[in-house]
Design a protein around this ligand. Sequence first.
Ligand SMILES: NC(=O)c1ccc[n+]([C@@H]2O[C@H](COP(=O)([O-])OP(=O)(O)OC[C@H]3O[C@@H](n4cnc5c(N)ncnc54)[C@H](OP(=O)(O)O)[C@@H]3O)[C@@H](O)[C@H]2O)c1
Length: 250
Amino acid sequence: MSATFIPAQREPELTGQTVVVIGGSAGIGLETARRARAEGASVIITGRNRERLDHAMNEIGAARSAAFDANDASDLASFFRDLPGPIDHVMVTAGAPHYRPPLEIPLDEARHGLTEHMLLALNVARSAAGKVRPAGSLIFMGGTGARRPRLGLAIVSTVTVAFPALIANLALELAPIRVNLIAAGFVDTPLSASLLGENLDRRREELRATLPIRRVVGPADVAALAVHLMSNTALTGATYDIDGGQQLVS
Ligand SMILES: NC(=O)c1ccc[n+]([C@@H]2O[C@H](COP(=O)([O-])OP(=O)(O)OC[C@H]3O[C@@H](n4cnc5c(N)ncnc54)[C@H](OP(=O)(O)O)[C@@H]3O)[C@@H](O)[C@H]2O)c1
């Protein structure tokens, strides 16, 4: 008698939930918003550029959007305070790494580079805590590329190492709301394109040739992980690497 296979069938993972993406008009944030919509969530996206935000909102059918700089603590607090109801998840993809050499970077910029990402996380935790339902989650973005000390990377390397400690502590502070960090290697997004300029295609080729997965990691790969972190209520206080094995070969 031949075996009968029953194809996996499942309900969308985020039906009836609301997902806020701070930095949802491009790259990893936009793909996370798109995937959360596909999983049945209502989505609210933010970014600084209104035009880009409107375009993304129409493309994915977001319920709402807001244009402000996430690093402005008072605008961030107003945004969360003015949300019409409770939310379930917040994904933060706003921000960019600071790559200038530590001995040359002006001190103010160094201070900025060392604190910006972590203060944003702290501010989101404070502002969102009263709005997120108990089984919900906060997700932040970090990296794997600067885990080991490397010439020129002192600022980003320090933040890379410190960020998981902040996330683990926030998971204790905000419990039962869950808090997690995604640490990505190279992801093919507008940010990567702007950082690499004319070297982008060469970098993609290099990664295709050397990564254990033999392809470049895209924003949809990270979005899939983000949605899993939202729906799997066993996960909190941890850092999840997604780099196609880049750390093993570079
Ligand atoms: N791409 C990678 O290889 C990679 C690797 C590791 C970690 N990461 C981190 O992952 C995050 C997302 O990266 P990505 O590559 O998806 O970036 P991206 O393509 O530049 O997209 C960033 C999104 O955030 C918004 N944004 C940026 N700064 C903001 C601010 N201050 N306030 C509000 N919105 C802001 C942008 O819109 P506006 O510009 O209109 O504001 C855009 O919607 C970043 O924190 C990045 O450092 C990226």
